[in-house]
Design a protein around this ligand. Sequence first.
Ligand code: 7TS
Length: 423
Amino acid sequence: MRVVNELTATQTPRGSHGTFDVERIREDFPVLKQQVHGKPLVYLDNAATSQKPQVVIDTITQYYLTVNSNVHRGVHFLSEQATQAYEGARDKVRRFLNAPHTREIIFVRGSTEGINLVAQSYGRTFLKEGDEIIISAMEHHSNIVPWQILCEQIGARLRVIPINDNGEVLLDEYKKLLGERTKLVSVVHVSNVLGTINPVKPIIEMAHSRGVPVLLDGAQAAPHLPVDVQDLDCDFYVFSGHKLFGPTGIGVLYGKAHLLETMPPYQGGGDMIRAVTFEKTLYNVPPYKFEAGTPHIEGVIGLGAAIDYLSGIELERIAAYERELLVYATEVLSSIPGLRMIGTAKEKASVLSFVLDHVHAHDIGTILDQEGVAIRAGHHCAMPLMQRFGVPATARASLAFYNTRTEIGMLVRAIYKVKELFD
Ligand code: 7TS
């Protein structure tokens, strides 16, 4: 697409050469320049959703200003341009995940829809009564409830890999759970509450040695780590655009081609068909078989721009910067008297969950907000994990590559303010 492609091609992201220049990177994110409650905004709720660089916002605007039209249908100029941009973004996602084929990249609403698609299409077709699905104790509700729905529908059973007090999965226990009845494993790549980076390669190898496919929930991994689905050898991978500095309402399901080909459609409608009569419908091939109806065109194109932007900075450099920031933040937070970190795994990314003696997490969140510091407080859509740690809720600061040490200092100062009020 003319204008949109020109825009993403010409706006070289900041910090793409030499040292990681976080101040220059911050200039790309207009929302960060704001004040809230008269204080500079310190945005530390990136696990919920991340902010968007100007180039993503401009790409979406340019799409509507210049080529808006439906994809895969029109013979006219604008429709061809929109289709080109839409399919071009699919190839950007393919490269981002190092997937072998674009037909393995399905656009969905987000991680949640990607998991539901696999549960209902793959699960309902290939699993039966008495079969077992393995998840872990640190899953987001999005990787629990779709499987419970499936279990109720077909009479299958959910098994849960336990974790230790640091928030690490117990691989020995996982090994014991893997058995004749196991038909699917679905685990989170990076935990949204604990920040744990799971040992997904051994998890996948152990499942594959029994011929069991594995889905990885990459909602919190894709924005922070380079992901290579061929190297991981996962069968399905999901992530959400809005956590990856792209628009809301768009996400990706990667699936191995040979699996997608055997799976029935998730939804019926336009675009997913080859031919329809009242007697019978012939379905389209993947990925279109799984993309019924007019897709989120602007979302896909915006996601493509976000991926271009990230590629310009390089995920390896982002991961290294964030690692260093996480180590620093962990050190300073842990030194606050009465503060307990929840999630102390050896391998962690970008998430700091904590509780404070005598203070409810929601009160921490509210007082921090008054100081301009945005965090999330609550169960983080992981209620079974809260039960595992014996807490009703945690306060959670979650980092992105535009966060700074200064901001961590402001977080710490704000926490001391909470302590003053409650001690
Ligand atoms: N999986 C994980 C690990 C997540 O963290 C989330 C969202 C989802 C799945 C669902 O993603 P969605 O884009 O489909 O909604 N996690 C959070 C969070 O931690 N705070 O708000 C949303």
